[in-house]
Design a protein around this ligand. Structure first.
Ligand SMILES: *Cc1c(COP(=O)(O)O)cnc(C)c1O
Length: 365
């Protein structure tokens, strides 16, 4: 965009920022483009939300101690209530952290492809975004990430399972990264899909938290817990880091219904049913993967509620996205890299396999 098209003056560098594209809404098909949870919240959770209706005229009321205590208890490890920080989605916490640590001339390092919001979140206040290509097997390249760090690096983001490739970061690779980073550089462990992980080799926030004062762990109620629209996520870290994040926070972030619903999904009486839903999505994912493997397609090893199909002749991401759009559905193409597909409604599994079968037939495979 040119400045002259605007009715106001703007920062020149902002005009070049590519906009974050949300998953397209769908017509009569399935929205498999935003890694949302296809299940309706449990009745108890809906009740907790509805109970807040008479108070919609009120702002959320920090410090939300009870919720933060539940989060700390569930997190385990050495976390206490003071280590827990809430935000209107974990993405808001990421913004605050990057704003607090990285300014003009600084840089932040992250894997690529990864969460599409990373580049812009830090770039906006003038820091340089430093994407580091994943390895051939779609996992973080620990050595290359360490090489990308210099004296102006203020944050390193790692994402496990990585959105969009669904692959986990091993505990060993995480250790290499955090122990290779200067000890005063913020390391952000983004575990937005934590609840789906079963791989014993994967790094887990509770195992590493407490060992590294420069580490924060981010998790969310948006994905496995199915509360995306309420915008609530949390971070686990040193209280001094949260004080810093609070300095740059946009006030009045977390709403009362979000607090109430998030608190309810963590109650022990619904734990088994919540975990059964995570397991159901994992099982559904494995059937989807098996269906694609039968066609000769090899998705990356997924530990999340989505799968990654690397680009290949006949199934280039733009071709795949177009084929789903023709069926009234949506997936997320990463041009030149691959396609991310959410594990959605039960009926979507056959549709996904069908679309790929047709694409391969068309390509003469
Ligand atoms: C979805 C997602 C988020 C954002 O979660 P919110 O809590 O809804 O803001 C953060 N990180 C990754 C990797 C994600 O995929």
């Amino acid at each position: 965009m040119e400045n002259r098209d605007l009715p106001i003056r703007a920062r020149a560098e902002i005009l070049d920022v590519p906009p974050y594209k949300q998953g397209r809404s769908v017509t009569n098909g399935f929205k498999l483009s935003s890694n949302e949870n296809p299940f309706a919240p449990l009745p108890e959770v809906q009740e907790a939300f509805t109970a807040m209706a008479p108070r919609l005229g009120r702002y959320g009321a920090p410090p939300m101690t009870e919720l933060r205590e539940k989060i700390a208890a569930r997190f385990g490890g050495s976390a206490t209530v003071d280590n827990v920080y809430l935000g209107a989605g974990s993405v808001m916490i990421l913004v605050q952290l990057l704003h607090a640590v990285a300014g003009p001339g600084d840089n932040f390092v992250y894997p690529w492809p990864s969460f599409e919001a990373y580049p812009t979140l830090g770039f906006i206040q003038g820091a340089e975004a430093r994407p580091v290509p994943l390895r051939e097997d779609h996992t973080h390249d620990a050595d290359a990430m360490l090489k990308a760090i210099d004296e102006r690096t203020r944050a390193v983001i790692v994402c496990t399972p990585n959105n969009p490739t669904a692959t986990t970061l091993t505990a060993a690779d995480f250790k290499r990264i955090i122990e290779g980073v200067p000890s005063d550089v913020l390391v952000i462990l983004d575990e937005a899909y934590y609840e789906f992980v079963q791989d014993a080799d994967a790094v887990r926030g509770e195992d590493v938290f407490g060992k590294y004062p420069n580490l924060v762990v981010l998790r969310t109620f948006s994905k496995a817990y199915g509360l995306a629209t309420l915008r609530i996520g949390y971070g686990i870290g040193d209280p001094a880091i949260w004080a810093l994040a609070g300095q740059v926070a946009v006030p009045l972030g977390v709403s009362l219904p979000a607090e109430a619903a998030a608190s309810r999904v963590l109650d022990e009486d619904v734990r088994e049913r919540m975990e059964a839903l995570f397991a159901q999505l994992n099982e559904r994912r494995e059937r989807l993967v098996a269906g694609l493997q039968e066609l000769g397609i090899e998705p990356a090893k997924s530990e999340a509620n989505f799968i990654w199909i690397p680009t290949a002749p006949g199934i280039e991401p733009e071709t795949v996205a177009e084929a789903f759009a023709e069926r009234g559905s949506s997936v997320r193409p990463f041009i030149g890299h691959g396609t991310r597909i959410t594990v959605g409604e039960e009926e979507s599994i056959d549709l996904v396999v069908d679309v790929f079968r047709e694409l391969l037939a068309k390509a003469g495979k």
